[in-house]
Design a binder for this molecule. Sequence first.
Ligand SMILES: Nc1ncnc2c1ncn2[C@@H]1O[C@H](COP(=O)(O)OP(=O)(O)OP(=O)(O)O)[C@@H](O)[C@H]1O
Length: 706
Amino acid sequence: MPGMPGNGWQVMASFRRDGSVTQQRLKPGTVKRIAGYARPYVRELVLFLALNSLGALIVVANPLLLKAIIDRGIVPQRHDLVVWLAVAVAGLALLEAVLGLAQRWYSARVGEGLIYDLRTQVFGHVQRQPVAFFMRAQTGSLVSRLNNDVIGAQRALTTTLSSVVSNVISLVLVLITMMILSWQVTLIALLLLPVFIFPAKWVGKRLSGISREQMKLDAEMSSLMTERFNVAGAMLAKLYGRPAEEEENFSQRAARVRDIGVVAAMYGRVFFTALTLVAALATAMVYGVGGFLVVDGNFQLGTLVALATLLTRMYGPLTALSNVHVDVMTALVSFDRVFEVLDLKPLIADKKDARVLGGRDGAASPGGDLDALDGRGRADGPESPASPDGRSASGTGGAPHVLDVGGGVDLGKGHARAAGPGQVPAEAPSVEFDDVQFAYPSAEEVSLASLESIARTDTAPGREVLHGVSFTAAPGQLVALVGPSGAGKSTITHLVSRLYDVSDGAVRIGGQDVRDVTLESLRAQVGVVSQDAHLFHDSIRVNMRYARPDATDEEILAALEAAQVGELIADMSEGLDTVVGDRGYRLSGGEKQRLAIARLLLKAPSVVVLDEATAHLDSESEAAVQRALRTALAGRTSLVIAHRLSTIREADQILVISGGRVAERGRHEELLLEGGLYAELYRTQFARQAGDGDGGGRAASLLSQE
Ligand SMILES: Nc1ncnc2c1ncn2[C@@H]1O[C@H](COP(=O)(O)OP(=O)(O)OP(=O)(O)O)[C@@H](O)[C@H]1O
């Protein structure tokens, strides 16, 4: 397009950016930190910028060659020179093409390399955040931080840097050359510039506002779709929704997206047209004024053509540079936002001198790096850790993974000690809560306001949820937690696997404070099965191996068998290769929990934390889950949020939790006779199960004796 600045689209993209970023304050040291990321790519960056500068030289060389062709070849009618100069123009074009490819190679290497570095770092760091972080942060914002901001950050080093460097160089060269050729014409051309720059700035501002609005409307429309089209949302819409109203609601949002799209397109076109028009007008003016001078013999024809060509290469860079501060700030702010995530210290991390849980020597983990989940070598290492009293502990290191436990374990009195050798961990540690106070961490401690959709208002420290909870689960004991909703049962279980840290008091496993041991060794010993156990969208084999990567198919099948899902898997045509999870084979609630129990058996932890499923299961699944649980709990110290009468009846100790305190404790029959909260709970929650052949007949009769 004649008079069209080569990088018109790029210029427009720059004006679309949100100009308000320039008001943001960067954290001190951001630029220095970015330089740290650029360091591994210095060689590529230098070569890239050198190639860019060479490209800028060609921008000027080309019009000068045209001038030479006209003034030295065409006008004096020198055929040889015309041919040679034309060949030179062609050669230059070829060189430009090669330069372009080389530039792209280096910019892609630097850019993609940097994206890779940042992305893997952010992923690793986010993974180490406590679960509280994920409860607050919106998955969408988090993924966007991993994608958009990381990409925005790399732009700082490639696109923005290169456009600044090449625009400055080419602009300086173009202006100098034009001045040399004719300072009068150059001045006239420059006079036209404000005619464009000011309206461009105005349209640019409008454009960036429209772009922002467009993104917001797009996001709203997408989230409406995501919410309505996920399984739970679709189900709710089917049961309660009014399709006509849903459609109307959606069409209103889509219409706003459509309308703003039209406005954005028109503003974009106006901007682009103005840019092209000014360059074309300037060209006309140069030809008008310069042509006059050529006719009068004051000016060579070639000079005129060179000036007109150079002119078209002046407006693009000038306009781009007039908005460069927005580009640079956008890129820097992206870096800042990525750094913000990287700087969020994980609330739960290994202490510098963290020991291996149950470790014989309790040696400090290597390196002592707060960020690193160290102690790996020890946890999986050959030395078999032992509990403090010198007995060999299991779960970490040398825990036997033999799963020959399908034969039914007597869960009657003393069930915990019923496990034979080689079946389950030989010795389980005690679990002790010592005057535990706990408040959920405040948002400020665990999250970033910018990752939450609604502005964070609850910066106040969380209200205390547990008040002086003390109890001890002796090795191999089954402790059942019961209590009204919101009493703090789940919270207690979260503290065992250190999903959160206590505010005061201590949680000890085998006598060791969980805060003093490595997370890796802690999680190797503590197995958790939640109510709605999550399975990845992958094969059963992969899901099972998540618990123990080196498990053989035989071991997996044995675990499945012991968890009462062996038959189900055997009936599947693809066996262990069957894909389960969100979009895979649909498992029932009971099957899912049994699969999770199988995963736990494979892990062979010595402490089990379990939230029994409340979902109503038919009596067959119920019995199967119950059998699976017996296997899972045998010989292990277990803390179970109990919803089944059979479990609480078998518990060595029942803790009745109420309002964050242990209100009552004892065995089933003792507590029933006390006639307190437990008896009340029994009446409202569990007595019903007594009639379901759950072995609660005796309990029911006890109650009726009151
Ligand atoms: N992530 C959280 N952040 C802040 N407060 C929380 C969080 N989770 C739970 N709470 C609060 O802690 C208290 C105890 O909740 P918890 O989930 O432990 O109760 P629960 O006894 O397990 O209840 P349910 O039987 O209904 O699951 C409740 O008042 C709840 O509102």
